[in-house]
Structure formats: C-alpha cells, structure tokens
Design a protein around this ligand. Sequence first.
Ligand SMILES: Nc1ncnc2c1ncn2[C@@H]1O[C@H](COP(=O)(O)OP(=O)(O)OP(=O)(O)O)[C@@H](O)[C@H]1O
Length: 226
Amino acid sequence: MLELQGVTAGYGRTRVLHDVSIEVPTGRAVSVMGHNGAGKSTLLRVATGLLPVMSGRVLIDGEDVTRLPPSKRVRRGLGYVPQGQVSFPQMTTLENLRLVAKRPSDIDEVFELFPVLKELLGRRAGLLSGGQRQQLAIARTLLTKPRLLVLDEPTEGIQPNIVADIERVIIDLTRRSDLSVLLVEQHVGFALRSTHSYYVLQSGRITMTGDGGADAVDAVRGAMAI
Ligand SMILES: Nc1ncnc2c1ncn2[C@@H]1O[C@H](COP(=O)(O)OP(=O)(O)OP(=O)(O)O)[C@@H](O)[C@H]1O
C-alpha cells in the first residue's frame, strides 16, 4: 500500500530522516517506534506529503507519489490523524461526525468501534477528555473511508483503558477489512500489540525491524534503551 524508499528529509538544511525505508502492506498494521525527537512525526509528514523529501521516494500502491500534494494522496486513500488532533471544538460530537460522513449509516458503524461516542453526541468536542477527543478524531478520519489510516501517537496523554480501546479498534479494523495502518508511537507495548510488524527509529535512522506482537516487547525496549 505505502512504501518509503531511501527517504532523507528535514527542515531547512537540517536532515532529520536519513535513508529511511519502510513498507506498509495492504491490510497490515505497521508501527514505527522511537523516542521524542527521533523523527516519527517527520516521517508521517513525508508519507502524507506535508513535507518534501530531500532524496528518496514515496509510493502508494506502487505508484510514485513523491511529488504529489497531500490532497492527491488523500484521494489515493490516505487518512491522517495528526498528533494532538482536535476536532472542531465548538461543534458537538455528532456535528463533527456529520461533517465528514458520506451516509448517516456510516456514523452507526463508527459507534460500533467507539461506543463511548454514542453517549457523547450532544457534547461539544472541546469539552471531551483527551482520550474521547482522540477517539473522535480517529472516527472522523475513518468516516472518510481511507485505505491507509495514519496515526501519530494516538496514546499520548491518555488513560490506559482508552489505550486498550484504540488497540482493539486497530486490531478489529485490520482483521475485518483491507485497511492498512501506519502508527507512530513511543508506547512500545501498545504499538507491538496493535501491529503486525514494526520499525524502530533512532535519530532519524531505522535501527531495528521485525514482526509485531507481545513477544517482541522486551527486545524492542532493550534496543530503545541504548
Ligand atoms: N517544523 C520544524 N522545523 C524545524 N525542525 C523541526 C520541525 N519539526 C520538527 N523538527 C525537528 O525535527 C526533529 C524530529 O522531530 P519529530 O517531531 O519528527 O520527532 P518525533 O519523533 O515525532 O518526536 P515526538 O515524539 O516528540 O513528537 C526534532 O529535532 C525537531 O526539533
């Protein structure tokens, strides 16, 4: 679905990513883990087209999209939930969902994934907790019917039970559809439990990769502690 091939990118003259290659196969969930400042958000900006590459290529379904703007990548199926995403704070949960839903029945489908949103329909998005806002942000992006869901640190600052809900949703979605997921995270346990394969990003370089799952947690934590 998505490939980054030998991507070097950064800001001004500063290089943040160095020769980064990752692959997100169709229907699979892939995590990129790294500490603060490792370059995770930068990698997602390159994937979504918000930041140009200095060298390397970005492919969607084998097509070179390196020079395509974000809007054209969205049309090719990319759905991006940026870090700390807030919906429209003055609008209610339902109004936020209606804005993006193609059909009302699609909203019922997202309630199956995030039942808590059904209880918060009339509440303004700005008054939701961090975890509820994150669920609303993911729900809104899912309503755009992406083929690749790109999540930037969805667990940041949210409580463990909501982390577990988001984990369940990612696993559910990739099990019952062809949706692909690219997740960047610092939370190693969550990332590995939610994804089929992983990459570790350290100082802008991929230093480790392998299959996801709880078995990989100790090895990844060990590598990241260096
Ligand atoms: N807009 C920008 N202009 C200049 N430098 C930037 C910009 N955004 C990020 N950087 C720098 O790029 C490096 C990587 O930042 P990035 O946000 O990609 O890391 P991250 O792994 O997502 O970190 P975090 O987990 O803290 O969000 C950092 O040194 C950061 O200061």
